[in-house]
Design a protein around this ligand. Structure first.
Ligand code: FAD
Length: 400
C-alpha cells in the first residue's frame, strides 16, 4: 500500500534515519516486532529494555511508512470528544482513555529527556476552537465534561481567543497538556538507543511472509526464506494491518498537510497546538525550525494516486483556511504531502490479542492520536506479556 506521497517534509529534512541489514540467516528471539514506525520503535524499546531478546523487522527502510508523514501533534484529546465518547463506550473506558492520554504525554516527555533525544520535542498547550456558533454549544458541554474529570482546561470566549491568539473562532477550550515533535527523528533515537543499550536487533527490507502459529511459539518466514523463531510476535504494522484481519476495524481515508517556509513566529503561537471543530478539522502547529505546519482536508477514500493528485489543490485550501482563521498570518508553503489515515468506530485503537493469531499481539494505534496511543501500547503490552491485568486490554480489544 502506498501509505504516503513521495516527499513528506520529515523525510526530506532528515533523509534516511539509519541503515540496517536485511536478515540473511535463521535466528531466534523472545519477541519479534513487525513494523519499524513509531509504534514498533516504542514497543521495541519497551521489550528490549525489559530484558526480552527482541528483534524488529520492517519490509521498508525504518520509519518510511506513515510515521514519516506524521504531523506529530501529541494530544490527550482524541478524535471523539469526551462527552460523546462516554455515550459510545461508557464512562470508564472514555474517562480512563482521556486521563491515560495525559499520562502518555508525560511518559513520552520523560523518555525523550532520558534518551536526550534530539527530535524537536516541545511541550505545548492546545486550543480546540469552535468553528461555528452551533459548535459552541457542544464544545461547552465538552469543556464541562473535561473539567469534571479533573483535566486542567480554560474556556476562551470569542473575544479572548482573538485577543490572545489572533484567532477567528466562536470560542475555544484551552488545555494545558500537549506537545509536538519530529516523530521520524524520535524513531531514530529510540531504535539507536535500544540497539546500543539493550541489544535490540533490527533488520530492514525484511518482510514477514508467512507464520506457523504453534502452541508455544511462532515460526516466521521472511524475505529470502530465512526463519525467525519467536515466542511472541507484535504486529505494529500500521494501516496495512487491516488486510490481515477478517473483521473490519478501520476505515482508511486520505489526509493532507503542508509546511511553510521558516518565519518569525510570535511566542503565543509557538506555545500552542491549534485544531478546530470543523468536519474535517483543520489543525496547525509550529516546528522547532520556525515553520508552521498545517493539516486536514481529509477525503473519505484511500486511493493513493487520486489522493496524491489532490496535494496542490489541498495545499491551496489549507492555506486559505489557515489565513482566514489566524489574523495577519502570512505563510509561504514550502512542502506539501498526503498520507493514508485510519478512523475506527469509536476513535479508540486496537491493542492486544486477536483470536486468529495465537502468540501474537497487535498495536494498531489508529486515529488522530496515533502516537499517544502507541505510547499507551508500551505499558499495555508489557502487562499483557507479563500476565498482569490492564484495563486497556479490555477497552481496546478486538470485537468490542
Ligand atoms: C499526514 C498525517 C498526519 C498525522 N498526524 C498525526 C498527529 O498529528 N498526531 C498523531 O498522534 N498521529 C498523527 N498521524 C498518525 C500517525 O502518524 C500514525 O499513527 C503513526 O505514524 C503510525 O505509526 P505505526 O508505526 O503504527 O505505522 P507505520 O509508521 O506505517 O509503520 C508500520 C510499518 O510496518 C511495516 N510493515 C507492514 N507490514 C509488514 C510486513 N508484513 N513485514 C514487515 N514490515 C511490515 C511497514 O513497512 C511500516 O514501516 C498522522 C498521520 C498522517 C498520515
Amino acid at each position: 500500500m502506498k501509505l504516503r506521497s513521495k516527499e513528506p517534509y520529515w523525510l526530506l529534512k532528515n533523509g534516511l534515519i539509519g541503515t540496517y541489514p536485511s536478515l540473511q540467516k535463521d535466528i531466534a528471539c523472545d519477541v519479534l516486532i513487525v513494523g519499524g514506525g513509531i509504534t514498533g520503535a516504542l514497543i521495541a524499546y519497551q521489550f528490549s529494555s525489559e530484558g526480552y531478546r527482541t528483534i524488529l523487522i520492517d519490509k521498508r527502510d525504518i520509519s518510511l511508512g506513515s510515521t514519516s508523514a506524521s504531523t506529530s501533534l501529541l494530544q490527550y484529546e482524541i478524535d471523539e470528544p469526551l462527552y460523546a465518547l462516554i455515550k459510545k463506550v461508557g464512562p470508564n473506558a472514555a474517562i480512563d482513555t482521556y486521563l491515560e492520554g495525559v499520562n502518555a504525554i508525560e511518559k513520552l516527555t520523560a523518555l525523550i529527556k532520558s534518551l536526550k533525544a534530539d527530535c524537536g520535542f516541545q511541550l505545548k498547550q492546545s486550543a480546540y476552537i469552535a468553528h461555528s456558533e452551533r459548535d459552541v454549544e457542544w464544545l461547552a458541554t465538552e469543556f464541562e465534561a473535561r473539567k469534571r474529570i479533573g483535566l486542567t482546561v480554560k474556556w476562551l470566549s470569542k473575544t479572548k481567543l482573538k485577543q490572545a491568539f489572533g484567532v477567528m473562532g466562536e470560542g475555544a477550550i484551552l488545555s494545558d497538556v500537549g506537545a509536538s515533535t519530529d516523530v521520524y527523528q524520535l524513531v531514530r533515537c529510540l531504535i539507536e538507543q535500544s540497539v546500543k543499550r539493550y541489544g535490540l536487533k533490527v533488520f530492514d527490507h525484511t518482510e514477514l511472509i508467512h507464520v506457523d502459529y504453534l502452541k508455544t511459539k511462532c515460526e516466521v518466514t521472511v524475505t529470502g526464506g530465512h526463519q525467525i523463531a519467536a515466542k511472541k510476535i507484535v504486529y505494529a504494522t500500521g494501516y496495512e494491518s487491516q488486510a490481515m484481519l477478517k473483521d473490519k476495524v478501520v476505515d482508511l481515508i486520505s489526509t493532507f498537510a503542508f509546511i511553510s517556509e521558516p518565519l518569525k513566529i510570535p511566542a503565543y503561537l509557538k506555545r500552542t497546538l491549534f485544531w478546530d471543530t470543523e468536519d474535517p478539522y483543520l489543525y496547525m502547529r509550529t516546528t522547532d525550525d520556525d515553520r508552521i505546519l498545517v493539516g486536514g482536508e481529509d477525503e473519505q477514500f484511500k486511493n493513493p494516486e487520486r489522493r496524491d493528485r489532490l496535494i496542490d489543490k489541498k495545499q491551496d485550501v489549507l492555506l486559505e483556511k489557515v489565513s482566514s482563521k489566524f489574523e495577519g498570518l502570512k505563510l509561504i508553503p514550502d512542502y506539501a504531502w498526503a498520507g493514508t489515515f485510519g478512523v475506527t468506530k469509536d476513535a479508540l485503537p486496537y491493542i492486544g490479542e486477536h483470536p486468529d493469531y495465537p502468540n501474537a499481539y497487535f498495536v494498531l494505534a489508529f486515529g488522530g492520536n496515533g502516537i499517544t496511543f502507541s505510547v499507551m501500547g508500551m505499558q499495555i503490552l508489557s502487562d499483557a506479556m507479563a500476565g498482569r491485568p490492564n484495563k486497556f486490554l479490555e477497552y481496546f480489544r478486538f470485537g468490542r
